[in-house]
Design a protein around this ligand. Structure first.
Ligand code: FAD
Ligand code: GLY
Length: 373
């Protein structure tokens, strides 16, 4: 580029990198974002169902549940801001979610889940039988034995989120470089040098938001984290019957309806390396799961299927400055919840970048805490 160093360079243009870049630019910093693909949000972000479902995704009380709830609370305002900044409606739908089970052995787990969630102040129904659940979603099939109702859960359209974020980031001044694969990050005097092949970019701060692909860059920085790709396949259907009023989240997958009418049935969890492909086996499992929860989907028209690679780290999301060089910040490992966690990740990293301090909300997720140092 040959220009003055940026205050901040973000590597990776998925939902996390885009959200962080926009946030930092809104604080008046000069920001560039480097994305390897020819369009932003083309990897895990594009594959996502867009659920903002802390209630169904968190398995115990603790920092992850708190972070997820905090982000879910930020989402309605975030969706409005993104609309104002980009003109793109991310289709925020606060429709509610039924966490149902088709196995009597899981009913006890639902009761345990309900007890700790109530203690945390989450809005959740008592344990409901099939007839009570059908008052919310009349299409539920007879395999469903019990469930919980979460009226507050919402979902968004993940493609529109990426589109809105990219436009809003540009409007805030972010220089978006597409088809720009970063091959190295290293200290260079007071600055950080970021290589894209033979090109060199310089910045005061660098944020790694590379999804499940960051390992070579992390290794170069002496960091032992290895984000693992966990494939998720998704099936899309055009139903013929009544609209599906809520997200139906079962033991082996979930079904929800987008504003366009498209029904999504997701998602597999497979450790197959970097193969973002759909398989007959994966799609057949999703079809069986969807029909078991909602038999009316049987005659639905097949609309498509896709897969994405979720970025998994055993410790959960890792967000914040590296202990060995706090000028390098990580925003990795959002696994099943990157769409949900984007607003809070951006807010907390934005604070860390602006103040040079680690916000209290990041302690449990900070590289210092997770890697030691
Ligand atoms: P990505 O979206 O993968 O983005 C990383 C980006 O970095 C990519 O664009 C990549 O090209 C770029 N990159 C990598 N290396 C380099 C490099 N060296 N140089 C430049 N660019 C680079 N989450 C939810 O909250 N709700 C859901 O309902 C939900 N459903 C999901 C369903 C499926 C099927 C899948 C697969 C995921 C789902 N997720 C969901 C998870 C969510 O999609 C991810 O957590 C989120 O997209 C992660 O965002 P990210 O920006 O970290 O990664
Ligand atoms: N959060 C839903 C999924 O990752 O499939």
């Amino acid at each position: 580029m040959g220009q003055a160093p940026f205050d901040c360079l973000v590597i990776g243009g998925g939902v996390i990198g885009l959200a962080v870049a926009r946030e930092v630019a809104r604080k008046g910093r000069s920001v560039a974002l480097l994305e390897r693909r020819s369009e932003p949000g083309a990897e895990a972000t594009a594959a996502a169902a867009g659920m903002l479902a802390a209630a169904a995704e968190a398995h115990s009380p603790g920092p992850f549940f708190d972070l997820a709830r905090r982000s879910a609370d930020l989402w309605p305002g975030w969706a409005e801001q993104l609309f104002e900044e980009s003109g793109v409606d991310v289709e925020y739908q606060g429709c509610g979610l039924l966490r149902v089970t088709t196995s009597s052995e899981v009913v006890g787990d639902l009761e345990i889940r309900r007890a700790w969630q109530l203690a945390q102040g989450l809005e959740v129904s008592g344990l409901l039988g099939l007839e009570e659940l059908r008052r919310e979603v009349p299409q539920l099939g007879p395999d469903v034995v019990a469930g919980l109702h979460y009226p507050g859960v919402a979902h968004v359209h993940s493609h529109r989120v990426a589109e809105a974020l990219a436009l809003a980031a540009r409007r805030a001044g972010v220089r978006l470089h597409l088809s720009a694969e970063v091959t190295g990050v290293r200290p260079s005097g007071d600055l950080l040098e970021v290589s894209v092949g033979a090109e060199r970019h310089f910045a005061q701060r660098v944020v790694l938001a590379t999804g499940c692909w960051g390992e070579p860059l992390l290794r170069g920085l002496g960091v032992s984290l290895r984000p693992e790709p966990v494939r998720g396949q998704m099936l899309a259907l055009r139903p013929r019957g009544l609209p599906l009023p809520e997200i139906v989240f079962g033991d082996h997958g979930y079904v929800l309806q987008k504003r366009s009418g498209l029904v999504l049935a997701g998602a597999t969890e497979e450790r197959v390396g970097y193969l973002a492909e759909t398989t007959l086996e994966g799609v057949a499992k999703l079809a069986a799961m969807a029909r078991s929860l909602l038999p009316d989907l049987g005659p639905a028209e097949f609309s498509g299927a896709w897969a994405g690679l979720r970025p998994f780290l055993p410790s959960g999301p890792v967000i914040g400055p590296l202990p060995q060089d706090p000028r390098v910040m990580l925003a990795l490992g959002h696994f099943r919840n990157g769409i949900l966690l984007a607003p809070v990740t951006a807010q907390l990293l934005g604070e860390a970048l602006a103040d040079g301090q680690e916000p209290a909300g990041l302690t449990a997720f900070s590289p210092r805490h997770i890697l030691g140092g």
